[in-house]
Design a protein around this ligand. Structure first.
Ligand SMILES: *[C@@H]1O[C@H](CO)[C@@H](O)[C@H](O)[C@H]1NC(C)=O
Ligand SMILES: *[C@@H]1O[C@H](CO)[C@@H](O)[C@H](O)[C@H]1NC(C)=O
Ligand SMILES: *[C@@H]1O[C@H](CO)[C@@H](O)[C@H](O)[C@H]1NC(C)=O
Ligand SMILES: *[C@@H]1O[C@H](CO)[C@@H](O)[C@H](O)[C@H]1NC(C)=O
Ligand SMILES: *[C@@H]1O[C@H](CO)[C@@H](O)[C@H](O)[C@H]1NC(C)=O
Ligand SMILES: *[C@@H]1O[C@H](CO)[C@@H](O)[C@H](O)[C@H]1NC(C)=O
Ligand SMILES: *[C@@H]1O[C@H](CO)[C@@H](O)[C@H](O)[C@H]1NC(C)=O
Ligand SMILES: *[C@@H]1O[C@H](CO)[C@@H](O)[C@H](O)[C@H]1NC(C)=O
Ligand SMILES: *[C@@H]1O[C@H](CO)[C@@H](O)[C@H](O)[C@H]1NC(C)=O
Length: 854
C-alpha cells in the first residue's frame, strides 16, 4: 500500500471509530461490573443506564447530576438500602426505574419519588419491605402505568395513596409467609393484576379471591402447583369480574391443566390464555372436554411437553373440541391437528408458528384420506409459519370450510406445480400466501372469489395471460417477487391496488396499465430501474401521480423517494424524478431526424465537393493508370509476339479531330516528352499502297490501336475499324490492344446499335476522357502513356520520321474505292462525293463482315 493510501485508510478508520463510538452514547451498560457506587463518568448524553447486578448500596444526591437526559435506569440486583431523597433531582425525564431485588425496607419512606413525577414504570419488587403501606410520595406519580411491588404483610389501606391512580398493570410479587388481609386491594385501580408467586408458593386464597372480584384481567405468573385449589376456588365463586385470565410461565400436569380449563369453561371468564407452559404427564387416551361454554377464546403460546410417551391425538383432540369461538395455539411444536368430533363452533382458528404438515385436519382410513367436515364455521384460518408444502393438498384440507373467508398461509414452503385442480371453498376473499415458494402457476390455484391476494416474497416472474378470471380481485400484493415488467390485468378487471415493490422491473411498460381501468394505487418502489429512454413514460407516470390530486389517476406509492436508478452507473442512486432523459434520444422520429439531417448534409457536401473538384475523374484516371501499370507488369510479352512490331500505337481519328491529334496527342506521346512511337496512316504513309493497306500495315506494326472518339468519328469512321477488328487477328489479343480516347462526351444512344463492339467497350468504361480543364491534362497524358508503354525492339528504319502531309490523304483516297459503310460520304479520286455502298473496291482483299451492311 502506498503511504498516501495508507494514511487515508487510517484516517478513515479513526473517523469510523469516532462515529461509531458516538452513536450509542445514549445507552450505557454498566451491569455486572462489581461497582459499589454510581460511576462518575456517565456520559451527559446518556438516556438509558443499566447498573444492575452490582454492589451499589447507596444512591446520593448528585449521582446523576451529569445525566440530565436520563429516561431509563436499572439498578436491580444491587444492595441498595438507602436512596437519598434528592437523588433524582437532576433527572426530570426519568420514565422507567427498576429498583427490584435490593434491600430497601420501608415503602412509606421512598421520598426520592417526590422528584420522579414523569415515571411511567416503577419496579420495587423483591426488596425487604415488611408492610405494603405505600407512602404519600406515591401519590405524586401521576403518570404511572405500571407498578411492581412486594411485601410480607399486606393489609387494608396499604394502597390508599395510589387510590386516585389509573394503573395499567399492578404486579404483586408474593413473598414467603405472606400475610394478606382480604380486601386490601380494593383501593387499587388497574386494568390488569399480575400476581407473581415466588419460591413455589401456592397462591394465597384471599389474594386470588380479591383478584377475581376486583380486576378485569388477572395474570397468574410463575405457578408450579396449587392448581386444584385454584380450580376449586373458581368453581365455588358465583361472581367473577375477571373476563381475561392469563397463566404465564407455569408448569402443570395434563390432568390439572384439562381440569382447570374445563372449570374455566364453565365460568363467566371469556378469554383464557396460557403462555410459556410446560406440560407434564401427557395422556394416552382422550380427555373429556366441556361441551358448551360462554368462553370466547382460548390461546396457548409457547407450550412445551415434558413427556416422551403419550398420544398426540388425545392432546390435539382436547383442544380442537373446545367449545370456543376462537382457538389459537401458537409457537408450539405440534405437528398435526385433528378434526373436531362434531360440528365445531370455532370461527377463528390460529396455528401460527407451529410445525403442522399437509395432513392437517385429515385422517387416513386405509388408503383413503378423510377430509374434515366439522369446521364449517371457521371464517378465518391462520396457518403462518408451519411446514406446509403443497398448495393443492391444502386446498383439499379446507374444502369443506364453507364459511372460510380469510386464509393466511404465509411463511410456509408451499409450492404448486400447475398440475391438478385446487378445491378451495367458495367464500374465500382474503388470501395470504406471502413468503412461500410459489411460482407463476399459483394463479391457476386460487379461490375464484379472492378480493385481497398477498403473494409477497414468492417466486412469481410473470402473471400468465391464460389464467381464469379473479373477477373480484381488488388488491394484489406481489412485493418481493421476480417480475420483470408490469402485468396485464386481463384476469383482474377490478384491480385497484397493485404492489410490486422489490421486483426486477427495469423499465415498466406503462402501456400495460391500460388493461387495468380501475387501478388507483401502484407501488413499484425499490426496483432496479434502468434509466434509459424506455423509462421515460414511467417517470411521466410518477410525476403525474405526484401532481394531480384527481381520483382517476394512478397513485404511485413512495414516489419519489424510493424510486432510483441502478443503471447506468453514472446516475446510480439518483431518484427517477431527478433524472433527465433528453427527449431527442427517446423519440424515434427526432432521433432519426437528428442523425439523418447531418448525414444528408454531409453527403450533399461531399457530392458537391467531389463534383467541383472532379474527384471521380481523378479517381477513374488513377485507377486506370494503376491498372495499366499493373497489366504491364503482369503480362509478360513474349519476344516472338513483338516480331514486326515497330510502333507503340496506331492512332486513328476523324478528319475533324486532326487538329487535336497534331497539336496535342502526337507532341505528348512522341519524341522527347512521350518517348513513344506512334503510327498513323497519314504520317507513316507508304507510297504505292492503298490507304486501307496503309492502315492495315500500320495496325500490324503497332502494339496497340488508339481511337480518338468523337461524334464525327462515330458517324463517319468507326465502321472502318470494325472491319479491321474483324480482319486482323492480332487485335484479338485482348481488350488492352485497343485504347479509346473520348474527345467529347459521347452518350451511348449516339452510337448506332450495329457497332456493338464499340458500345460494349464504352459500356465497360475502358476509355480515357479528354478533360477540358487544363490542370488535368498532365494526368491524362501520363495515363495514356502508361496505357501504351511497352518495351519494343528498336526499329532502326523508322527514324527519321516522315513528314506528314495532308495531301497524302487525297492521294490515297484516289486509289481507294471503299464502300464499307452505307451513308458514309466518301471522297472520290477526283474530289467528287459518292454515297457509300454504290461502288465496290477491287482492292479489298478480305470478304466484308456482314455487320457492316446492317
Ligand atoms: C469487587 O469489588 C470489591 C471491592 O469493591 C473487591 O474486594 C472485589 O475483589 C471485587 N471483585 C471482583 C471479582 O473484582
Ligand atoms: C460530572 O462531571 C464533572 C466534570 O466532568 C465531574 O468532575 C464530576 O465528577 C461528574 N459527576 C458525576 C456525578 O458524574
Ligand atoms: C434490569 O436488569 C435486570 C438484570 O439484568 C433484568 O433482569 C431486568 O429485566 C432489567 N429491568 C428492565 C426493566 O429491563
Ligand atoms: C418507615 O418510614 C416512616 C416514615 O419515614 C416511619 O414513620 C416509619 O417508622 C418507618 N418504619 C420503619 C419500620 O422503619
Ligand atoms: C406482619 O403480619 C404478621 C401476621 O399477620 C404479624 O404478626 C406481623 O406483626 C406483621 N408485621 C408487621 C411489620 O406489620
Ligand atoms: C418462570 O417461573 C420460574 C418458577 O416457576 C422462575 O424461576 C423463572 O424465573 C420464571 N421465568 C421467568 C422468565 O419469569
Ligand atoms: C358465503 O358468502 C355469502 C356472501 O357473503 C353468504 O351469503 C353466505 O352465507 C356465505 N356462505 C357461508 C357458508 O357462510
Ligand atoms: C386479509 O388478511 C390479512 C392477514 O390475514 C390482513 O392483514 C388483512 O387486513 C386482510 N385484508 C382484508 C381486506 O380483510
Ligand atoms: C364477486 O362479488 C360479487 C358481489 O359481492 C358476488 O356476487 C360474486 O359471486 C363474486 N364473484 C365470485 C367469483 O365470487
Amino acid at each position: 500500500m502506498r503511504p498516501v493510501t495508507a494514511a487515508l485508510w487510517v484516517a478513515a478508520m479513526l473517523m469510523g471509530l469516532k462515529l461509531s463510538g458516538s452513536s450509542p452514547d445514549s445507552i450505557v451498560d454498566r451491569s455486572s461490573k462489581n461497582l459499589s457506587f454510581v460511576p462518575r463518568d456517565l456520559p451527559p448524553t446518556a438516556e438509558s443506564v443499566d447498573l444492575s447486578c452490582n454492589h451499589i448500596q447507596k444512591l446520593h444526591r448528585g449521582d446523576f447530576k451529569n445525566t440530565s437526559l436520563l429516561r431509563f435506569l436499572n439498578i436491580s440486583w444491587n444492595s441498595l438500602d438507602d436512596i437519598d431523597p434528592g437523588t433524582f433531582l437532576d433527572t426530570p425525564l426519568l420514565e422507567d426505574l427498576d429498583l427490584s431485588h435490593n434491600r430497601l425496607r420501608n415503602l412509606s419512606a421512598q421520598r426520592y419519588l417526590l422528584h420522579t413525577e414523569n415515571l411511567l414504570v416503577l419496579n420495587l419488587a423483591c426488596n425487604r419491605f415488611l408492610t405494603m403501606t405505600l407512602g404519600r410520595e406515591f401519590s405524586s406519580l401521576v403518570k404511572l402505568e405500571r407498578l411492581a411491588l412486594g411485601a410480607q404483610n399486606i393489609s387494608a389501606g396499604d394502597f390508599k395513596n395510589i387510590a386516585e391512580m389509573k394503573l395499567h398493570t399492578l404486579t404483586l410479587s408474593l413473598e414467603n409467609e405472606l400475610s394478606y388481609t382480604a380486601g386490601s386491594l380494593k383501593d387499587v385501580h388497574a386494568q390488569r393484576l399480575q400476581i407473581a408467586s415466588t419460591n413455589d408458593q401456592i397462591m394465597d386464597h384471599y389474594v386470588v379471591d380479591d383478584a377475581l372480584s376486583l380486576f378485569k384481567e388477572v395474570e397468574l405468573m410463575d405457578l408450579t402447583g396449587g392448581y386444584n385449589a385454584l380450580s376449586e376456588q373458581l368453581t365455588e365463586r358465583s361472581e367473577i369480574l375477571t373476563s381475561h385470565l392469563y397463566l404465564t410461565n407455569i408448569s402443570i400436569n395434563w390432568k390439572d391443566l384439562t381440569h382447570y380449563v374445563n372449570v374455566v369453561l364453565l365460568t363467566s371468564i371469556t378469554h383464557l390464555s396460557a403462555s410459556d407452559v410446560a406440560i407434564y404427564n401427557l395422556p394416552y387416551i382422550d380427555t373429556k372436554v366441556t361441551k358448551t361454554s360462554e368462553m370466547k377464546s382460548f390461546e396457548a403460546r409457547r407450550a412445551v411437553v415434558k413427556s416422551f410417551f403419550f398420544s398426540q391425538e388425545a392432546v390435539y383432540n382436547f383442544f380442537i373440541n373446545m367449545p370456543v369461538k376462537s382457538l389459537a395455539i401458537t409457537e408450539t411444536s405440534i405437528i398435526h391437528m385433528t378434526c373436531p368430533k362434531s360440528q365445531s363452533p370455532i370461527v377463528l382458528l390460529d396455528f401460527s408458528y407451529c410445525a403442522l404438515s399437509d395432513s392437517i385436519f385429515s385422517r387416513m382410513e386405509g388408503q383413503q384420506t378423510v377430509e374434515c367436515e366439522n369446521l364449517e364455521n371457521v371464517r378465518k384460518l391462520t396457518l403462518v409459519g408451519n411446514n406446509f408444502k403443497k398448495l393443492l393438498v391444502l386446498s383439499k384440507r379446507v374444502q369443506h370450510m364453507k364459511s372460510l373467508q380469510h386464509l393466511d398461509l404465509s411463511l410456509n414452503s408451499l409450492v404448486y406445480d400447475g398440475v391438478g385442480e385446487c378445491l378451495w371453498p367458495p367464500n374465500i376473499t382474503n388470501m395470504t400466501l406471502s413468503s412461500n415458494g410459489l411460482t407463476d402457476s399459483v394463479f391457476k390455484c386460487l379461490p375464484k372469489g379472492t378480493e385481497t391476494l398477498d403473494l409477497q416474497n414468492n417466486q412469481v416472474s410473470v402473471i400468465p395471460p391464460s389464467i381464469f378470471k379473479l373477477d373480484n380481485l381488488s388488491s394484489l400484493n406481489l412485493n418481493a417477487n421476480r417480475l420483470r415488467d408490469l402485468p396485464v390485468c386481463n384476469g383482474f378487471p377490478i384491480l385497484t391496488a397493485l404492489l410490486l415493490k422489490s421486483n426486477s422491473l427495469h423499465a415498466p411498460s406503462v402501456n400495460k396499465l391500460e388493461s387495468c381501468p380501475k387501478l388507483k394505487t401502484l407501488d413499484v418502489s425499490y426496483n432496479p430501474f434502468t434509466c434509459t429512454c424506455a423509462l421515460s413514460s414511467f417517470i411521466g407516470l410518477g410525476i403525474r401521480s405526484e401532481k394531480t390530486k384527481s381520483h382517476t389517476e394512478i397513485k404511485l406509492l413512495s414516489w419519489p423517494l424510493d424510486y432510483y436508478c441502478t443503471y447506468p452507473e453514472a446516475v446510480r442512486d439518483t431518484t427517477l424524478k431527478d433524472i433527465s432523459i433528453p427527449e431527442v434520444s427517446c423519440n424515434v422520429f427526432l432521433l432519426a431526424a437528428a442523425i439523418l439531417c447531418p448525414a444528408v448534409v454531409m453527403i450533399i457536401a461531399v457530392v458537391t465537393l467531389c463534383h467541383c473538384l472532379d474527384v471521380p475523374w481523378y479517381i477513374r484516371m488513377i485507377w486506370q493508370w494503376t491498372r495499366a501499370k499493373r497489366r504491364a507488369r503482369m503480362r509478360h510479352v513474349r519476344p516472338e509476339d513483338l516480331v514486326g512490331v515497330e510502333f507503340h500505337a496506331f492512332v486513328s481519328y476523324s478528319q475533324h479531330d486532326a487538329d487535336w491529334v497534331k497539336n496535342y496527342l502526337l507532341p505528348n506521346l512522341e519524341g522527347y516528352t512521350g518517348g513513344l512511337r506512334i503510327c498513323h496512316h497519314e504520317k507513316n504513309f507508304v507510297a504505292g499502297k492503298t490507304i486501307i493497306e496503309n492502315i492495315i500495315g500500320c495496325v500490324e506494326k503497332s502494339r496497340r490501336s488508339v481511337f480518338v472518339l468523337s461524334a464525327h468519328f462515330v458517324k463517319s469512321e468507326w465502321c472502318h475499324y470494325e472491319l479491321y477488328f474483324a480482319s486482323h487477328q492480332r487485335l484479338a489479343w485482348g481488350s488492352d490492344s485497343v485504347v479509346l480516347v473520348l474527345l467529347e462526351p459521347l452518350p451511348q444512344y449516339l452510337i448506332p446499335s450495329k457497332y456493338y463492339q464499340l458500345k460494349s467497350m464504352m459500356g465497360r468504361h475502358t476509355y480515357l476522357e479528354w478533360p477540358q480543364d487544363r490542370a488535368k491534362h498532365r494526368l491524362f497524358w501520363a495515363n495514356l502513356r502508361a496505357a501504351l508503354q511497352t518495351d519494343l525492339p528498336d526499329a532502326p528504319h523508322l527514324a527519321p520520321w516522315p513528314v506528314v502531309l495532308q495531301e497524302h490523304h487525297h492521294m490515297a483516297e484516289r486509289q481507294v474505292v471503299t464502300t464499307v459503310c452505307e451513308g458514309t460520304e466518301l471522297i472520290g479520286p477526283n474530289g467528287e462525293k459518292k454515297k457509300a455502298g454504290s461502288n465496290h473496291s477491287q482492292d479489298i482483299q478480305q470478304p466484308l463482315p456482314r455487320f457492316c451492311y446492317d
